[in-house]
Design a protein around this ligand. Structure first.
Ligand SMILES: Nc1nc2c(ncn2[C@@H]2O[C@H](COP(=O)(O)OP(=O)(O)OP(=O)(O)O)[C@@H](O)[C@H]2O)c(=O)[nH]1
Ligand SMILES: [Mg+2]
Length: 403
C-alpha cells in the first residue's frame, strides 16, 4: 500500500479555501472522513459501489455475484448508471434489482459519458463511502474490503486501486496500449499534482463528504474521473493506493476510442490552463489558427493556379475556412452538443454570419489602432483577439446554445 498527501493547489475560480479540511492527524477526527460515520447511527448501507455501464448486459450479473462474495459482512449497495445501452443493460440490472434490493439502476436517456455517469451515481447515493468500478470485471472486487478498512480507520480519505505499485499489474495489455497508458500517466502526473502512481485508474473508493466537497470543481469530461477528482479534492486529502491486477474484459466491447483520447486531452487542458482561460475558448482559438492555414492554402490554390481574381479567391477561401472551422468546432469544441441534419445547416449559417461580423470588428479595430500607434503587428494581434473573442462568445450562444 502506498500513501500520499495532496499538496496545496492554486484555488480555481469556484473553489473556496474555507472548506479545505486541515491535514488529518492520526487520532484526530478527520473532517473529510468523519469518525464514526459508518458506525451504529447509520441505518442504510455503508458503501455504494457506482458502476458506469454502456452495453454491459453480459457482465452485470456476474459482477453483482462477485461483489456479494467479496463484501460478506458489509452493508453495501450497487448503483449501475447506464446510458440507455442498446443491448438492454438497464433492463438486465432491473431484473437483478427485483430479486435484490441492494441493486439499483440509474438510466440516463440521450446522454453519454463515463465521468458524468460516475458523478451522478455518487450523487444518487447516501452512504458514507462510495466506490467506482467498471462493469467488465477488469477491476478486482476483492480489494474493496481493504479499501473500506483504510477509509474507516481514517488512514485515508481516498483509496485508489493501483496497477503500478508493487503487487499490481496492468495484466494483458498489448504493447501498444501499455505504451499509450504509460504516456497518458506521465502527462497526468504533473496535473494530478500528487505522487499517486496510477492517476489513470478508474477504480477507487472515497468518503462521501470528500466527494461532496470536490464535486463542484470537477470537469467531468471523458473517461478519467479519478484524475479529475485528484485535482479537485481539498489540499491535505490523504490518498492511499492498494495494488491490484487489471483483469481481462469478461464480455462485451471496449469503449476506449479516439473520442476518449480527445476527451483526455481536453480534460488535461481543463485541469491546467483551464483555470485561467476557458478550455472551449482555447480549443476554439486553436481551430481558428488551423483555419488560417486552410484559408491561405485555398487562396494560394485559387489565385496562383487559376484565373480567379484576388477578391473572388479571397471570398472563396474565407467561406471554405469558415466552413472548416465550423465543422471542426462542431466535432471537437462542442462535441457534447453536436449539431446534425438541419441543425447543422442552421448552425453553419449563424456561424458564418457571426464570424463575418467578427472579421469586420477585427479589421476595424486593427485599422484604428494602426492609425493611432503605427505598430502593425500589435494592432493586428489586438484585432485578432477581439475578433476571436467575439466569434467565440456569439457562436457559443447562437450556434451551439451553450450556457
Ligand atoms: N454510463 C456510461 N458508462 C460508460 C460509458 N463509456 C464506458 N462506460 C463504462 O465504463 C467502464 C469502462 O469502460 P471500458 O470500455 O471498459 O474502458 P477500459 O476498461 O478503460 O477499456 P478496456 O480495457 O478496453 O475494457 C465500463 O463499465 C463501460 O461500460 C458511457 O458513455 N456511459
Ligand atoms: Mg474495461
Amino acid at each position: 500500500m502506498n500513501s500520499a498527501i495532496l499538496p496545496e493547489r492554486r484555488p480555481s475560480e469556484n473553489q473556496t479555501m474555507d472548506i479545505s479540511p486541515p491535514p488529518h492527524q492520526a487520532g484526530a477526527p478527520n473532517p473529510a472522513n468523519p469518525a464514526g460515520a459508518p458506525g451504529g447511527s447509520i441505518q442504510g448501507p455503508e458503501l455504494s459501489i457506482i458502476v458506469p455501464t454502456f452495453n454491459e448486459r453480459a457482465n452485470v450479473g456476474t459482477l453483482v455475484a462477485r461483489i456479494e462474495q467479496a463484501l460478506v459482512g458489509i452493508d453495501w449497495e450497487v448503483i449501475f448508471v447506464d446510458d440507455d445501452s442498446p443491448d438492454g443493460t438497464a433492463a438486465a440490472v432491473r431484473e437483478l434489482a427485483r430479486a435484490d434490493r441492494r441493486v439499483r439502476c440509474l438510466q440516463r436517456i440521450g446522454r453519454r459519458g463515463l465521468s458524468t455517469a460516475c458523478v451522478e451515481g455518487m450523487l444518487a447515493s447516501a452512504t458514507p463511502y462510495v466506490a467506482v468500478m467498471d462493469a467488465d470485471l477488469q477491476h478486482d472486487e476483492r480489494i474493496l474490503q481493504q479499501m473500506l478498512v483504510l477509509l474507516r480507520s481514517g488512514e485515508a480519505d481516498l483509496v485508489v486501486g493501483s496497477r503500478h505499485i508493487e503487487g499490481g499489474s496492468i495484466g494483458e495489455f498489448s504493447i501498444s496500449r501499455a505504451r499509450i497508458s504509460r504516456i497518458a500517466t506521465k502527462l497526468a502526473r504533473p496535473v494530478a499534482g500528487a505522487s499517486v502512481s496510477d492517476p489513470m485508474s478508474g477504480f477507487f473508493m472515497m468518503s462521501a463528504p470528500l466527494f461532496e466537497q470536490s464535486v463542484r470543481d470537477l470537469s467531468a469530461i471523458g473517461f478519467k474521473i479519478l484524475l479529475d477528482l485528484l485535482t479537485s479534492v481539498p489540499p491535505g486529502t490523504r490518498v492511499c493506493e492498494v495494488p491490484y491486477s487489471f483483469g481481462k474484459r469478461l464480455a462485451g466491447d471496449s469503449k476506449l476510442d479516439s473520442r476518449a483520447a480527445w476527451d483526455y486531452v481536453v480534460l488535461l487542458l481543463d485541469k491546467s490552463v483551464g483555470r485561467y482561460i476557458p478550455t472551449r475558448f482555447l480549443v476554439f482559438s486553436l481551430i481558428g489558427a488551423a483555419g488560417v492555414v486552410v484559408h491561405m492554402s485555398v487562396l494560394a490554390a485559387l489565385f496562383k493556379t487559376s484565373t480567379s481574381s484576388f477578391l473572388w479567391s479571397q471570398a472563396c477561401a474565407t467561406l471554405v475556412a469558415m466552413t472548416f472551422n465550423f465543422a471542426l468546432n462542431n466535432i471537437l469544441t462542442y462535441r457534447d452538443m453536436r449539431l446534425t441534419g438541419l441543425g447543422w445547416l442552421r448552425g453553419w449559417l449563424t456561424f458564418v454570419l457571426a464570424c463575418s461580423v467578427g472579421a469586420a470588428a477585427n479589421v476595424g479595430i486593427a485599422g484604428y489602432l494602426f492609425e493611432q500607434n503605427q505598430y502593425w503587428a500589435l494592432s493586428a494581434v489586438a484585432g485578432i483577439v477581439v475578433g476571436a473573442v467575439w466569434n467565440y462568445a456569439v457562436t457559443s450562444v447562437y450556434t451551439w446554445h451553450a450556457r
